[in-house]
Design a protein around this ligand. Structure first.
Ligand SMILES: C[S@@+](CC[C@H](N)C(=O)[O-])C[C@H]1O[C@@H](n2cnc3c(N)ncnc32)[C@H](O)[C@@H]1O
Length: 186
């Protein structure tokens, strides 16, 4: 469950919420590791909607999915996740956000507080009862702390009658170690 890599820890948690045939969202496709994981988890009858604003991320992930013969269950969308309603009408079981910049990519292209919060808000409406949103906030980069603080404030103000929200953080790591937020719809 608790792995050396934070992304694997989150995948282990998320996996428990997904069953065959579910519709899920990868809100920040990046190098496609979570997209492939989600595609494997939903099975051949499920659907993954993957968003990224960078064509390099979309193309890289397309290749990964083709190599793994998972492309038919994934809809890749080169657009900002804040426009999720333009592309997704299904009830969503899980959505994953991995904030920050594309590893090994352009460090100036980062997720931003406004669009991240709009996307979370819209996905909360699409989320099934019992569904989960995971968010990993990296905030060592310029603009990261501001985004983490905005996301944290937004989540703290959500109605506790509708959502259970927890965070997981490292207690013994250097400052700016990533933090995990988990939002479960009641
Ligand atoms: C930390 S990376 C994601 C890593 C990814 N989960 C993986 O497994 O490799 C963050 C990604 O979010 C993307 N991004 C930034 N702003 C975005 C937005 N408004 N909508 C969708 N994706 C965005 C970036 O282009 C970048 O690829």
């Amino acid at each position: 469950m608790f792995e050396p890599k934070i992304t694997e820890t989150v995948q282990n948690i998320v996996k428990e919420y997904i069953k065959d045939g579910d519709s899920v969202i990868d809100a920040t496709v990046g190098n496609g590791f979570d997209t492939v994981f989600l595609a494997e988890s939903v099975g051949e009858n499920g659907t993954v909607y993957g968003f990224d604003i960078q064509s390099i991320a979309i193309n890289l992930t397309k290749e990964k999915l083709n190599e793994n013969k998972l492309n038919e269950r994934v809809v890749l969308i080169e657009d900002s996740h804040e426009y999720v309603n333009k592309y997704v009408n299904d009830n969503i079981k899980v959505a994953m956000f991995n904030l920050g910049y594309l590893p090994k990519g352009d460090k100036n292209v980062i997720t931003k507080p406004d669009s991240t919060i709009k996307a979370i808000e819209k996905i909360l409406d699409l989320l099934e009862s019992g569904g989960l949103i995971s968010i990993i906030a990296y905030y060592g980069h310029k603009g990261g702390m501001e985004e983490k603080d905005s996301v944290s404030k937004f989540l703290r103000e959500l109605d506790s009658n509708k959502y259970d929200i927890i965070s997981i953080k490292y207690e013994n790591r250097v400052k700016n170690a990533p933090i995990i937020y988990l939002v479960r719809k009641k």
